[in-house]
Ligand binder design. Structure first.
Ligand code: UT7
Length: 335
């Protein structure tokens, strides 16, 4: 059996910076509230005139990751694309990336696991590499949240949190024992699906029905989040996923060199840091700059941490995420 190793990383965020105070144009909020409750100072929102979309940003991040892997687009055997905000209802974004990068007719798979999407995508890619089916897989997380948020006081508990961006990794076959992805751990609990969800439009609620109802109180086509309920579950599940990953590899919390938590809320990341008694240099957070970019958050943070030289050869890197579904998981990597 082979191992999979990250050989290339890249990310892209839109140029348009939206500071907390800028949001006051649309809603009653304050820089103080947002920073205190979430840690966010600013986020990137696509300027609609820029041409950026979920797939376009994913392609931009992918080009960087492929080049850094020392590969060309023709060396990629498969695409796994994680997003909750695809450019189209169908088909998925993976095929758009395949077209944008002018790749041959390789397979492209979309993963719809929201905040833990990148963890699921990495795990899927890892299995394909371990079995020997593929050699180089492009794994992408990208989101365009800004186009679908309710930018008003009614939607403020959700809309201040989310930002746009994309990240990509190339996972490659490696025969170096004990290096690369050591294990991945995936979970879900569908009974809480509606606690963080965007219900309509969907096949249960088609667009003509929504238009016909013309109900100004209908918020089913905006994301809904039961914030405190999600927060409570996030804290528990994050911890479980990390412990499970460590135990599976007979490792201790002291062995962690770098924890990259999904950037949902700085308070969640700080809670986890404290629980695992990790020093500041062992946890990487960038929610302050980008908000919560859902399936892109872990890969943007991993790429930034690596670019800043915070991840070194042989480091134990732990990726963990929790979100809508509920879905959660971890990936344990020996760099
Ligand atoms: O990535 C997927 C996973 N997501 C998460 O893990 C997110 C988990 N949840 C959270 O991060 C937090 O619950 C939030 C940041 C979303 C909200 O923080 P909170 O401390 O749970 O606040 P809250 O929703 O209980 O609201 C407290 C108050 C309310 O006012 P009243 O009812 O006390 O008068 C809200 O109306 O804050 C008000 N509020 C706001 N005020 C200013 C809600 N949003 C805002 C806002 N600006 N943007």
């Amino acid at each position: 059996m082979y191992n999979s190793k990250i050989t290339g990383l890249g990310y892209y965020v839109p140029d348009n910076v939206v500071k907390n105070d800028d949001l006051k144009e649309f809603m009653e909020t304050s820089d103080e509230w947002i920073q205190e409750r979430t840690g966010i100072k600013e986020r990137r929102w696509i300027d609609p005139k820029s041409g950026d979309t979920t797939a376009v940003m994913g392609a931009k991040a992918s080009r960087i990751a492929i080049e850094r892997a020392g590969l060309t687009k023709d060396d990629i055997d498969f695409i796994v694309f994680a997003t909750l905000s695809p450019d189209m209802y169908f088909p998925g974004g993976g095929v758009q990336i395949q077209e944008m990068l002018e790749m041959p007719t390789i397979g492209a798979l979309d993963v719809r696991n929201q905040c833990s999407g990148f963890i699921y995508a990495m795990s899927v890619a890892d299995q394909f590499i371990k079995t020997g089916m593929y050699k180089n897989i492009l794994v992408i997380g990208a989101e365009n949240h800004s186009g679908g948020l309710e930018k008003s006081t009614r939607g403020r508990n959700v809309s201040v949190i989310f930002g746009d961006g994309a990240g990509a990794a190339v996972l490659s076959r490696s025969e170096e024992a004990g290096k690369g992805i050591l294990s991945s751990h995936l979970h879900s609990e569908g009974k809480h699906a509606k606690e963080l969800a965007l219900i309509g439009p969907s096949t249960k609620r088609w667009v003509p029905e929504i238009i016909e109802a013309n109900d100004p109180d209908d918020v089913s086509y905006y994301p809904y989040m039961n914030g405190q309920f999600v927060f409570k579950h996030a804290i528990g599940r994050f911890s479980e996923a990390i412990v499970e990953g460590l135990e599976a590899n007979k490792l201790q919390k002291e062995d962690i060199d770098m924890l990259i938590p999904h950037q949902a809320n700085l308070r969640i990341a700080q809670f986890i840091q404290k629980k695992f008694q990790l020093s500041d240099d062992k946890v990487y957070n960038n929610i302050m700059k980008y908000g919560n970019t859902t399936a892109a958050s872990v890969i943007i943070a991993l790429t930034e941490a690596w670019e800043k030289g915070k991840i070194k050869d042989n480091d134990l890197v732990v990726l963990a995420a929790f979100g809508s579904g509920f879905t959660w998981g971890s990936v344990i990597i020996r760099w």
